[in-house]
Design a protein around this ligand. Structure first.
Ligand SMILES: NC(=O)c1ccc[n+]([C@@H]2O[C@H](COP(=O)([O-])OP(=O)(O)OC[C@H]3O[C@@H](n4cnc5c(N)ncnc54)[C@H](O)[C@@H]3O)[C@@H](O)[C@H]2O)c1
Length: 306
């Protein structure tokens, strides 16, 4: 298959492209950040170092006969909730909503099956735990609002064009080698390695069902293999942990003398994220395999290797 991956230079995009190339697929990566150097020399990889919010570019791709991917994973976004407050608000909205609608439009025009990488953050503090795909969405910050808006815009393009097949894939917090340095697990391990204080937001009792990157990518591959379309699917780890438990695990694994201290909570930081993944288990015959301790150990090895 020929697969378009937006955000192909980011954490999840890079892991996905690696896996797709290894499985023999052709990949078109679209990201304005430089891509992994292994991709440059892979003849199955085409690099489009472009901005997907550029309407002229998207129209050009629509008009280009040779641009003919079968499937798209729209992974690209401004995703870093810790740095989003420093971004221009309109840049976040433009990227995560307008950019997503342009990719949906491109996919509808070229009959490319679209997989939108959304987030479990859209549930915020919801009405049902474990949270199903049908549970109340209650986003608490700009990031989550824009990701939910992206979902709605895709539905709008599909309903109006009648030519768009799409899946909405709601990931929980993802971690593992190549992860962004700003993500909590990287910060905890990094501080623990240096015996520095680990600061937790609020009371440290926020729950998250962390998913290891390989488990997430395996689910994406199953979506391709099983030709799943027009589904909304939660993808998370099977157990949830408090941030305090994760920090303690990081301290234990590194045999660290780090202490835990608390800072005021981050605005929009929902308290509970406990996700029901029974739909993914049944539909994809998939289950997350890497327990948190094992995933942290693998992540630590990657960090120590520099
Ligand atoms: N990492 C997580 O824990 C997590 C959890 C849930 C959902 N997600 C979702 O997964 C996706 C990927 O997250 P990530 O952690 O890999 O983020 P990331 O920041 O590592 O990657 C995002 C990539 O998108 C690219 N990008 C941004 N705007 C672009 C534009 N206009 N044109 C071209 N490229 C652009 C960036 O350059 C970057 O390489 C996002 O959609 C995010 O919402 C991530």
């Amino acid at each position: 298959m020929k697969i378009l991956v937006t955000g192909s230079s980011g954490f999840i995009g890079t892991a996905l492209v690696k896996k797709l190339l290894k499985s023999g697929h052709k990949v078109i990566g679209m990201d304005f950040a430089p891509c992994n150097k292994d991709f440059v020399i892979d003849t199955k990889f085409q690099n489009y170092p472009y901005d997907f919010t550029d309407g002229t570019l998207i129209q050009h791709l629509i008009d280009t006969k040779d641009f003919d991917p079968d499937v798209c994973f729209h992974v690209g976004a401004i995703a870093d909730v810790t740095t989003i407050p420093k971004y221009d608000i309109m840049q976040v909205i433009r990227t995560n909503t307008f950019g997503t609608s342009l990719i949906a439009y491109l996919c509808s025009k070229k009959k490319i099956s679209m997989n939108y990488v959304s987030t479990c953050c859209i549930y915020g503090d919801t009405n049902e735990y474990p949270t199903k795909e049908s549970s109340l969405t209650n986003p608490k910050d700009l990031y989550a609002h824009t990701k939910l808006a992206g979902e709605e815009l895709i539905k709008g393009v599909a309903e109006t064009s009648h030519t768009l097949n799409y899946n909405i894939l709601r990931n929980s917090v993802t971690y593992g080698p190549d992860m962004r340095y700003s993500l909590a697990i990287y910060q905890f391990l990094s501080k623990a390695l240096k015996n520095e204080i680990i600061f937790l937001h609020g009371n440290g009792l926020h729950t998250r069902p962390y998913i290891y990157i390989d488990d997430l990518i395996e689910a994406y591959v199953k979506i391709l293999e099983k030709k799943i379309v027009n589904e909304t699917i939660n993808l998370s780890g099977s157990k949830f942990y408090t941030t305090k438990e994760v920090a303690e695990m990081c301290i234990e694994l590194t045999d660290s003398k780090s202490q835990i201290k608390y800072t005021p909570d981050r605005v929009g930081n929902h308290l509970r994220e406990e996700i029901d993944i029974s739909k993914a288990r049944n539909l994809l015959n998939w289950t997350p395999k890497i327990e948190l301790k094992e995933g942290l150990t693998k992540t630590l090895k990657w960090m120590e290797a520099g």
